[in-house]
Design a protein around this ligand. Structure first.
Ligand code: ARG
Length: 462
């Protein structure tokens, strides 16, 4: 019979036991569960709810259980129900009657929330450190390629020439926001629900501030009912994860087409690619595709929990047990994707020779010419129209701007000559885009510098 079986005449049906159990997955939080129990019993002793000797005995028992789990001496079954019952029942087996006092002034409803928050706080720290590593790799690549000119696209059409370092720094900004979002989530979830009990607090003279402090939380949660029914922290995390996976997925998509035979802008290291079982020549960007694909499952994890929570009345409902597997899945998936992406990026080189061949296609310098004409006094809207007609002429004659003669230009507009176009070479165009946040190498160098300073600050705080 379960520890809660006093009022029951019968044991659970075997199918029900399996269906009801969360031990299969929440055993992942055994460390957190034991830490929570140790803090709880220390508080019970401080408040004279149990004696110091009883507390000591319980703590030693819990530590013994932790060691047994670590040594693989304990195997959990559906009879354990969940990690809280698994630890408590083993404690009673181990130390006898005193073990029965551990569950004074708490409930599994607050306990599972302590475990969940402690677990997620640690995972956030680990994911932040993976994201910081990714940012370091991005910065070093941006620095390496700050002068390398490549094609900037809109609508996957040649748009303007840019530096490759500039692209890397665009992604740097996305992951910077991901880190900031995670730290913000961490800050808000850093409150301890322990002692909220089932839903309404307790008649025992507990000290929830003390347990919060022992467990490294900023403070206890404010309202017991909210404490046991709130899953916002998990939802915030899943939404942070979804946004960040979307960033990874977008870059992964770029990797896939930069790597395609049609583009060949990059060479991904062999160790981060796979081959084909039938086509001997294939070298596939599977890591990028997998990361792109795994974004979908993390969105799924978010949607699942949002849907689970929708319409649940206060306070605890068993629906909430469904908060775990998706969360664990998102943690594992996101963490692995960031680490793999960082390594893949580190091991990828630009094929500047292939990129160079594309720079003279698609009139990449058209906007620069229009801007130059405007700076010479022609209103921008007119300059835009003049360059538009130059494009038409080139397309009809299958040539480039630099092939147009003075006569052809003057026929478009009497104010335009070859000299009036300015330096229309691709490097000159890129170098001139020095506006704050622009693509010029000098600007990218500034962005790299600012990025480095921000990263150093964040690392100091970790
Ligand atoms: N395994 C449960 C969960 O994860 C623990 C809380 C159980 N509480 C209850 N009243 N049945 O949600």
């Amino acid at each position: 019979m379960a520890l809660w079986g006093g009022r029951f005449h019968k044991d659970m049906d075997d199918m029900v036991k399996k269906f009801n159990a969360s031990i299969g997955f929440d055993q992942r939080m055994y460390q957190e569960d034991i830490c929570g129990s140790i803090a709880h019993v220390k508080m019970l002793a401080k408040q004279a709810i149990v004696t110091d000797e009883e507390a000591q005995k319980i703590i030693e028992g819990l530590e013994g259980i932790r060691k047994d789990i670590e040594d693989g001496k304990i195997s959990f079954t559906a009879d354990d129900e969940d990690i809280h019952m698994a630890v408590e029942s083993r404690l009673i087996e181990r130390i006898g009657e005193t073990g029965k006092k551990l569950h004074t002034a708490r409930s599994r409803n607050d306990q599972c929330q302590v475990d969940g928050r402690l677990y997620l706080k640690e995972q956030i720290r680990e994911i932040v450190s993976e994201l910081i590593h990714l940012e370091e790799v991005i910065l070093s690549k941006a620095d390496q390629y700050k002068d390398s000119i490549t094609v900037g696209f809109t609508h996957i059409q040649h748009a303007q020439p840019i530096t490759a370092g500039f692209i890397f720094m665009a992604y740097f900004q996305m992951f910077k926001r991901d880190i900031e979002r995670l730290l913000d989530t961490y800050e808000r979830m850093d409150l301890c629900p322990l002692g909220a009990c089932a839903l309404a607090g307790t008649t025992f003279p507990t000290d929830r501030h003390y347990t919060a402090e022992l467990l490294g939380f900023r403070a206890p949660t404010e309202n017991a009912m909210d404490s046991v029914s709130d899953r916002d922290y998990a939802l915030e995390f899943l939404s942070d994860a979804s946004i960040s996976m979307m960033h990874l997925s977008r870059w992964a998509e770029e990797f896939v087409w930069w790597n395609s035979s049609e583009f060949s802008y990059i060479a991904i290291d062999d160790s981060y690619c796979t081959g084909s079982s039938i086509m001997p020549q294939k070298k596939n960007p599977d890591m990028a595709e997998l990361i792109r694909g795994k974004c979908g499952r993390v969105y799924g994890d978010l949607m699942q929990l949002l849907t689970t929570m929708k319409g649940t009345p206060l306070a605890y409902n068993k629906d909430f047990q469904e908060d775990k597997e998706g969360l664990y899945d998102a943690v594992d998936t996101w963490k692995a994707c960031v680490a793999i992406f960082a390594n893949m990026l580190e091991k990828t080189e630009l094929r500047t020779d292939m990129i160079e061949k594309q720079l003279h296609k698609g009139f990449l310098n058209a906007t620069d010419i229009a801007e130059h004409l405007a700076q010479e006094g022609i209103p921008f809207r007119e300059a835009h129209n003049i360059v538009g007609r130059m494009v038409k002429l080139c397309e009809d004659g299958n040539c480039d701007f630099s092939d147009l003669t003075d006569e052809q230009l003057q026929a478009i507009d009497s104010r335009v000559t070859r000299d009036a176009l300015g330096d229309i070479s691709i490097p000159a165009c890129v170098n001139a885009r020095k506006s704050f946040g622009g693509t010029a190498p000098s600007e990218v160098a500034r962005q790299v510098e600012t990025g480095k300073n921000w990263l150093e600050e964040i690392q100091k705080e970790q």
